[in-house]
Write a protein that binds this ligand. Structure first.
Ligand SMILES: [Ca+2]
Ligand SMILES: [Ca+2]
Length: 78
């Protein structure tokens, strides 16, 4: 998906946010916590490129779910 405002893809925005240090622990939906919604995001985008593609291999899949599980419950401090 491309952001109409910036012309950047969600993934590019995600990477940018990660690079700023604002987002940690692979929080896909940017609510600052690795939680159920991030797992749901992986499921919802399974097989697709998305912000929930935590290991950045281009596809959201079981490996990304594993990362979400490993970081589950962690709070992402700014
Ligand atoms: Ca989250
Ligand atoms: Ca992946």
């Amino acid at each position: 998906m491309t952001n109409l405002m910036t012309g950047a893809t969600d993934k590019e925005i995600g990477r940018l946010l990660m690079s700023t240090g604002l987002v940690k622990y692979d929080d896909g939906n940017l609510d600052k916590q690795v939680d159920r919604k991030d797992r749901q995001g992986v499921h919802a985008n399974n097989g697709l490129s998305s912000v929930f593609d935590f290991n950045a291999d281009g596809i959201t899949d079981a490996a990304d779910l594993q990362i979400a599980e490993e970081n589950f419950g962690k709070v992402c401090m700014p």
